[in-house]
Design a protein around this ligand. Structure first.
Ligand code: BGC
Length: 671
């Protein structure tokens, strides 16, 4: 069927602009429009079905790792696979649009929804989100890249204005959205919050100028749920679809049209985008390529690459032979924290094995399990101490679940609950060989645990495969290969935002482009675990950096990475750029490329990474566009943002007419 705006009555057009629950008011159209359904993501399908009695039931689905863990994997193929698995469950449940992925930047370590986002870095976010989208859409299911834009705080998210300067907006907050345009997302979701005083859904500059104009976006723009405050202003601003249905929106549009505040042409424009979207849904070739029974293993495989080994005082991997006694302690080892609260929580059907059972299945060691203490049960502490005393090594799982990380609120602290901290301190009196596993959707201040443990594994919210993935890592069946996509600062007081979550009306973005590692580097601050950091059981050496110029601003960076150990493993190598003498204040290091490569013991590989105009550009508010300045740029290759192994300097020389009228330094020196 061909869907045309001119075939709709005015009432139908206005109805079309207002959605309904997680679908649209299709009943209203007398069979003229295809029925479509949306579901939340990004960590798996989350949809509710009503039975014949009108009772709603959540559809059970595979709980995939959170986007935070996908980011820690730095693996484009796995991000794509993740999208494909989720799309398959959409196809099986006749879902046309997955409301994911979230690509907001982790500006604030306390961010309540950080687990739903990738990273503090726009390049890493944009790269992995693009792969995720390709994965979903290659199966004929659309995505909604969200939440556009500068939606970095959950506290007062429907009120608090993100006060962000022009350059940071483009370089940090819009950038990941811009990068995902390559994957042609079917829709973009406008955020709840105001940006510089105007609601994102009613913000003409964001929607018309930047998204449609500069980013060239020609898909559907829909609102977050109940994020529209003034329907006709959102039409003017370029928002197509208001979700979900709200009769005030309909009435507001009708009234505004009658009064001439908006024109029928503006309504037709929005309807046009909606109809094109419906057409896409109706004609897409839906493909389901994975089998139900293999998805749990895929979730575990992806998780195993996103789990990060933060510390290892020669205790891991465990031998796991008959002579070894391993104690597994902690409620989270039995009921892991696999995701956060809110619209991304996936009702899983999986029987998640206890970590102790996953270990038992994989080795012949004697394995015991005790809950120890958690907020509801103190009573088992003695049993846990006894088990620890009798064991050679203790694995303690601590963390926080969806009660602390959820949408609609930010965390109050980076510190885990007191009972967990005190318990691990006590436990260390009975056994000094403690491996700490941390499950959380965000940065944790681990200071209180550090003196008492010999290894720290950061699992994040790794989905339903977490315990199999952890068991493989703990026993060395997989060498850990995740690296942090977000800096772990020394404490919240030391962090970029210093705990500021705004005053309810406005929240400051005064750090400018210096978000995440860009901030700690600029101020030369020590951090606990830097961006891009993660340990492996293997050892890697970097050598032979060559930067070949292939165009004015095009280069191929090549270098060798060698596994010098006797264990196979994957290494994530990172390419950072710095402008040596910049026109404007620029970060000391900015990620512009990375590669994750599996290397067998002793193997060496040449990595090649392309740099182009966007790698060198900054957003010039003087020219109101992206701009590359002639001069020297340092290219650094590192194992983390603070472990730079190789350096080279290149010169960028664009024709003179693209440069400022005069070099400032020359004018100071005189001709
Ligand atoms: C969330 C969105 C979600 C939507 C629909 C909102 O509360 O912010 O991310 O997609 O609900 O469920």
């Amino acid at each position: 069927m061909e869907l045309k705006v001119e075939n709709l009555t005015l009432d139908e057009k206005l109805t079309l602009l207002c959605g309904k629950e997680h679908t649209m008011n299709i009943e209203h159209f007398d069979g003229k429009l295809p029925k479509i359904t949306m579901s939340d993501g990004p960590h798996g399908l989350r949809c509710v079905r009503r039975d014949e009695n009108g009772k709603s039931h959540a559809v059970l689905a595979t709980a995939m790792p959170s986007l935070g863990v996908i980011a820690n994997s730095w693996n484009r193929d796995l991000a794509k696979l993740d999208g494909e698995v989720i799309a398959d469950e959409c196809v099986e449940n006749s879902i046309d649009l997955l409301l994911a992925p979230g690509v907001n930047i982790k500006k604030n370590p306390l961010g309540g929804r950080n687990f739903e986002y990738f990273s503090e870095d726009p390049f890493l976010t944009g790269t992995l989100a693009t792969s995720y989208i390709e994965g979903v859409q290659s199966h004929g299911v659309g995505v909604s890249v969200k939440h556009f834009c500068a939606n970095n705080y959950e506290s007062d998210r429907t009120m608090q204005s993100s006060e962000v300067d022009e350059r940071s907006l483009r370089e940090i907050y819009v950038k990941p959205f811009e990068m995902t345009m390559e994957a042609k997302p079917w829709s973009v979701m406008a955020a709840y919050n105001p940006v510089n005083g105007v609601y994102a859904c009613e913000n003409e500059k964001l929607l018309r100028k930047i998204l449609r104009g500069e980013l060239g976006y020609d898909g559907l723009i829909l609102s977050d749920w109940n994020a529209v405050h003034n329907a006709y202003k959102s039409v003017r601003a370029g928002l197509d679809l208001r979700m979900p249905f709200n009769k005030n929106n309909y009435a507001d549009l009708k009234n505004a049209l009658e009064k001439g505040y908006i024109t029928e042409a503006q309504i037709d424009e929005a309807c046009g985008y909606i109809l094109e979207f419906l057409q896409k849904c109706a004609t897409a070739e839906k493909k389901c390529l994975t089998k139900k029974e293999e998805r749990h293993a895929l979730a575990a495989k992806i998780a195993s690459e996103g789990i990060v080994l933060l510390r290892n005082d020669d205790i891991l991997p465990l031998k796991g032979d008959k002579s070894q006694k391993i104690a597994v302690i902690g409620a989270y080892s039995a009921l892991p924290a696999i995701g956060g609260g809110g619209s991304s929580a996936v009702p899983t059907f999986a029987k998640i094995p206890f970590l102790s059972d996953a270990l038992k299945e994989r080795c012949s060691a004697e394995i015991g399990f005790e809950v120890g203490v958690n907020s509801v049960a103190y009573s088992n502490a003695k049993d846990a101490y006894s088990l620890a005393y009798k064991s050679d090594v203790v694995i303690v799982v601590v963390g926080e679940g969806g009660d602390r990380l959820y949408e609609g609120g930010d965390r109050e602290t980076l510190i885990l609950r007191a009972e967990q901290r005190l318990f691990v301190r006590e436990l260390a009196k009975y056994n000094e060989n403690i491996v700490l596993v941390v499950e959380s959707g965000g940065v944790i201040d681990l200071t209180a645990f550090e003196p008492y443990v010999k290894a720290i594994i950061y699992a994040g919210y790794a989905g339903e495969g977490v315990n199999e993935a952890l068991a493989d890592i703990i026993l060395g069946k997989t060498s850990p290969s995740g690296k942090l996509a977000e800096t772990f600062p020394l404490s919240i007081e030391n962090s970029v935002t210093k705990g500021d979550i705004g005053d309810g009306l406005t929240v400051s973005y005064s750090e400018g482009v210096f978000v995440g590692y860009r901030y700690y580097d600029k101020h030369n601050l020590p951090v606990k675990y830097p961006f891009g950091f993660g340990l492996s059981y293997a050892k890697f050496e970097y050598s032979d950096l060559i930067v070949e110029k292939t165009g004015d601003t095009d280069f191929i960076v090549s270098y060798k990475v060698k596994n010098t150990s006797k264990i196979g493993g994957s290494e994530i190598s990172q390419v950072y750029i710095r402008e040596v003498v910049p026109l404007v204040a620029r970060p000391i290091r900015e990620l512009k490329g990375f590669s994750k490569d599996y290397l067998a013991a002793g193997e060496e590989k040449t990595v090649k990474i392309k740099l182009d105009y966007s790698s060198f550009a900054f957003f010039s508010t003087a020219y109101d566009k992206w701009f590359v300045e002639n001069g020297l740029f340092e290219i650094s290759v590192g194992a983390s943002s603070r472990d730079i192994r190789l350096n080279a300097t290149v010169s960028v020389e664009l024709p003179e007419e693209h440069q400022p009228s005069r070099n400032r330094m020359d004018s100071m020196i005189g001709d």
